[in-house]
Ligand binder design. Structure first.
Ligand SMILES: Nc1ncnc2c1ncn2[C@@H]1O[C@H](COP(=O)(O)OP(=O)(O)OP(=O)(O)O)[C@@H](O)[C@H]1O
Ligand SMILES: [Mg+2]
Length: 439
C-alpha cells in the first residue's frame, strides 16, 4: 500500500510546514546551548555539574514534551522512542516523555464522533450498545475509547485524529530536508536509508485496515503460545481511520511496581518478549516494529499482550536467513562469519578491509558491558562509540540495507525494555536455538 492510497497524505501549506521546521530547529538550539553552557563552565565541582546536568535534562525533556504536544506527528513518535530507552536516556527524559506513550492530551469527543460517522456511517452511540466519550488512552496517531458492541462484547475503538495524515506527511518532508543538510555536512554517512524506510512505513500506519491484517498475522505467529495475546479485530466496525479491537486489560509493561504488586516476575516477562521477537524476526520474518511500553501490556501468568500493529515489517526470506546467520556469528563471536553475513545482508564499506564490519559486529557484545546483561550499558557506551567511530572514519560504511533499519529500531526498544525489566535473560541461550534452525 503506497502513500497515494492514504487519502489526504499531502504536506501542509508551505507557511505551516516552515513554521514547524523553525520551531523544532529553535528548540533544538536552545537545548543544545543549555548543555554547552554546563560543559564550558570549568568552575563547577563534579557534584554541581551533575546537579546542573540533571536540571538541564529535565528542562530539555519538558521543552521537548511541550513541543511534541503542540506539534504532534513525528515529534511524538521521536519522544516515545527516547522515553523507551531506559538503558541509555537520562531518567529525567524517561519520566517526562513517557506520558507521550499513551497519554497525549486527547481531542474533544465531537471530532471523534465526526470521524466515526464519516468512516462507519453512523453515530458511535448508534453503532455501539455503549460508547465511553472519555478516551482511555491517546498516542501519536489516534485515541482509544472503550465501548460495548451490540453483541455485548467489550471493545477498544481506536479513532485516528482528524488531519494527522497531513501533519505526518509534512514531518516526513521536513525530515527529508534535514537529512539532506546532514548528508552535506557529514558525507561519510547518510541517513537516507533510514528516511526512505520511514517514508515507506509511517504512511502505512494511517491505514487501520492494514493494521487489522497485521494484527491477525502476528496473532497467527504466536497462536501456539498461551503466554502471548493479540486483540481480535472486529472487521464490521473497522475501516481506514477507525479500528475496533477486542478490549484487553493489563498492566503497562514498564510499570514494574504494578507488576511486582500483581506477583508477576519482570524477568519472566523479559524472557517472553525475547522469545516473541525470535519467532517474529528469525522464524517468520514478519514483526511488530514498534514495541515501546505503550504498546505492550502484561497480565498475570505472565501473559504479554501486543497492541498497535500500525508498524510491521516483512523481511525478504533471503534477508531473514542471512540475518539469522549474522545473529549466530555475533553470538559466537565468529569474526569471519560476521563479515560474510554483513556482506550477504548488503552492507558495504568504502574499502575492502573487514575491520569495520568486525568492529560493528563486536560492538553488539561490547555495549552490553561487563555484567553480561541483555541491554546497553550506558557507562561503556561512550567508549564503544568512540572506538567504533574511529574505525568507521577510516573505512566508512557506504551502504546500509533498508531492511535492517526497523530491526535496529526493535533492538533499541528491546534494550530499553530489558533494562526496565531488570532482565537477566541470557541472549545466547535464548536466541541461539532459534537462529541455528533458521540459518
Ligand atoms: N485492544 C486494546 N485494549 C486495551 N487498550 C488498548 C487497546 N488498543 C489500544 N489500547 C490503548 O490505547 C493506546 C493507544 O493505542 P495505539 O497504541 O494503538 O495508538 P497509536 O496512536 O497507534 O500509538 P503509537 O503512538 O504507539 O503509534 C495504547 O497505548 C493502549 O494503552
Ligand atoms: Mg501505540
Amino acid at each position: 500500500m503506497g502513500a497515494r492510497d492514504i487519502g489526504e497524505f499531502r504536506p501542509l501549506p508551505l507557511p505551516r510546514r516552515l513554521g514547524r521546521f523553525l520551531r523544532v530547529a529553535w528548540n533544538f538550539v536552545v537545548i543544545y546551548l543549555g548543555y554547552k553552557r554546563i560543559q564550558r563552565n570549568r568552575r563547577l565541582t563534579p557534584e554541581e555539574r551533575a546537579a546542573r546536568y540533571a536540571q538541564q535534562h529535565r528542562r530539555a525533556a519538558e521543552r521537548m514534551y511541550r513541543l511534541a504536544v503542540s506539534l504532534e506527528g513525528l515529534l511524538i513518535k521521536t519522544c516515545q522512542f527516547v522515553s523507551s530507552r531506559a538503558d541509555v536516556a537520562p531518567p529525567e527524559y524517561i519520566a517526562v516523555l513517557s506520558r507521550l506513550q499513551d497519554q497525549v492530551p486527547p481531542r474533544p469527543f465531537e471530532q471523534v464522533r465526526t470521524v466515526i460517522q464519516e468512516e462507519l456511517g453512523a453515530d458511535p452511540h448508534e453503532l455501539f450498545l455503549s460508547f465511553e466519550e472519555r478516551p482511555i488512552a491517546s498516542a501519536s496517531l489516534a485515541q482509544v475509547h472503550r465501548a460495548v458492541t451490540r453483541e455485548g462484547e467489550r471493545v477498544a475503538v481506536k479513532v485516528q485524529y482528524p488531519g494527522i495524515a497531513r501533519v505526518v506527511a509534512t514531518d516526513l518532508q521536513n525530515l527529508r530536508l534535514l537529512v539532506r543538510i546532514l548528508a552535506r555536512l557529514e558525507p561519510n554517512f547518510d541517513f537516507r536509508v533510514v528516511l526512505d524506510e520511514m517514508a515507506r512505513y509511517v504512511p502505512r500506519e494511517l491505514d487501520f485496515v492494514e493494521e487489522g491484517k497485521s494484527a491477525e498475522r502476528i496473532a497467527e505467529i504466536h497462536a501456539h503460545r498461551t503466554d502471548i495475546r493479540v486483540p481480535k479485530v472486529h472487521w464490521d466496525l473497522t475501516s481506514r481511520r477507525v479500528i475496533t479491537l477486542e478490549y484487553i486489560d493489563g498492566i503497562k509493561i514498564s510499570d514494574t511496581a504494578a507488576l511486582h504488586a500483581a506477583g508477576i516476575d519482570p524477568n519472566a516477562v523479559a524472557l517472553i518478549m525475547t522469545e516473541a521477537y525470535c519467532e517474529q524476526i528469525l522464524v517468520h520474518g514478519f514483526f511488530h516494529a514498534d514495541p515501546h511500553p505503550g504498546n505492550l501490556l502484561v497480565q498475570p501468568g505472565p501473559v504479554v499482550v501486543f497492541l498497535d500493529f500500525g508498524m510491521t515489517k516483512q523481511l525478504p526470506d533471503e534477508f531473514r536467513r542471512n540475518y539469522a546467520r549474522l545473529t549466530i556469528a555475533i553470538l559466537q563471536q565468529d569474526e569471519a562469519a560476521m563479515v560474510e553475513a554483513f556482506r550477504a545482508l548488503g552492507f558495504e564499506t568504502k574499502y575492502d578491509d573487514p575491520a569495520t564490519l568486525v568492529a560493528l559486529g563486536r560492538s553488539f557484545f561490547e555495549v552490553t558491558g561487563p555484567d553480561g546483561r541483555p541491554y546497553v550499558d550506558a557507562d561503556v557506551m561512550p567508549e564503544v562509540n568512540e572506538r567504533l567511530s574511529r574505525i568507521l572514519h577510516e573505512n566508512p560504511v557506504t551502504r546500509i540495507p533498508g531492511d535492517v533499519v526497523l530491526i535496529f529500531r526493535v533492538l533499541g526498544l528491546m534494550s530499553g525494555l530489558q533494562k526496565r525489566l531488570d532482565s537477566r535473560v541470557s541472549m545466547t541461550e535464548t536466541i541461539t536455538p532459534f537462529a541455528l534452525r533458521e540459518a
